[in-house]
Design a binder for this molecule. Structure first.
Ligand code: ZN
Length: 322
């Protein structure tokens, strides 16, 4: 039942959704000013306290490529691990995998772009080479008894090539399945997803790899991120990735802007009668704190307006003169 209207969940929508917070990775990586390690840990711990069940907390990437995430190991060591919250990290190569294993991440996330040009820009090598490298990452992860998950960037379009054929995404999904992965995330790196495209891609990927859990990772670049979520919910998708306050953007994709905003997403889910296990009020408080940390207003809207039944006193505004 909806959080505030008492209306039933839309037909076909899932009962529960797993929200994955990616703000301290996808969001913070784009911040030019250094965010102290203890501040990153504070944000993660307050989000865990608000009930967020899963995080892409950081990335074990080269400090030269992404200086903001050079403290990945310290962040993982400082976060409260005594809860059921799952903390994953992006891992681009075997070196990253060794470091992630050492840091005892709950899962390693490998990633490749569906389009060749974006992969060349983002990872500086062709897709085939990136994919070949995952075997070694999976071997390292297996030895450490850590699961591997797969992300596919530019799944809904590429800033250099335009449309990306659904078949390209499906091909990578099959490779991930063959590597033994159980979960994949379809990334909309530069906000090129549209609801019909979400529907089509979800159906084709599900048909090709029915046993894989599919998560959707949207950016709100063109203002329809949550509409795309709604299209995904109608396809029965049960996991969405978002950033607190709507932080985010890919430094290797022109025009990339923030992820869909976690508290706006949670508001939508609760109003659709979908359980998340997250406390929306606490989430909004963290979003406001993150605005302070980055020193500018963030695009999140529910943190500003509050939930829909937050009413005002009639004395709070002037009465119209006419
Ligand atoms: Zn992203």
């Amino acid at each position: 039942m909806s959080a505030s209207t008492g209306l039933p969940r839309p037909p076909g929508f899932p009962e529960k959704v797993r929200v994955v917070e990616v703000g301290t990775r996808d969001g913070f990586q784009a911040e030019a000013v250094w965010i102290p390690t203890e501040t990153k840990i504070e944000v993660l711990n307050s989000l865990i306290d608000a009930g967020v069940p899963q995080f892409e907390a950081t990335a074990f990437v080269s400090a030269r490529a992404v200086p903001q995430l050079r403290d990945a190991a310290e962040v993982m060591a400082g976060v409260n691990r005594a809860t059921s919250a799952k903390l994953t990290a992006l891992v681009p190569n075997p070196k990253g995998a060794e470091a992630a294993a050492e840091a005892k991440v709950d899962a390693m996330v490998v990633f490749v772009s569906a389009s060749e040009s974006h992969n060349l820009k983002n990872l500086n090598r062709p897709r085939a080479e990136t994919l070949a490298g995952f075997e070694e990452v999976c071997r390292i992860a297996k030895a450490a008894d850590i699961p591997v998950e797969g992300a596919i960037a530019t799944s809904f379009g590429c800033p250099f090539e335009g449309n990306v054929a659904i078949e390209e995404v499906v091909k990578i999904a099959r490779i991930y399945r063959d590597l033994g992965l159980k979960r994949i995330a379809l990334g909309d790196t530069t906000g090129m997803a549209t609801p019909p495209l979400v529907t089509a891609l979800c159906r084709e990927v599900h048909e090709a790899v029915p046993d894989l859990e599919v998560a959707l990772h949207f950016h709100n670049t063109r203002g329809i991120g949550l509409v795309n979520v709604y299209a995904g919910l109608a396809e029965g998708i049960t996991s969405f990735e978002s950033s607190i306050g709507g932080l985010g953007g890919c430094p290797f994709a022109p025009g990339a802007t923030g992820n869909i905003c976690t508290e706006d997403l949670v508001y939508l889910l609760h109003e659709c009668g979908i359980e998340t296990g997250i406390d929306l009020e606490k989430l909004c408080a963290v979003a406001q704190r993150v605005e302070e940390i980055v020193g500018r207003p963030l695009p999140g809207q529910v943190m500003k307006a509050g939930p829909r039944l937050r009413t005002s006193s009639m004395d709070a505004v002037a009465t119209a003169c006419g």
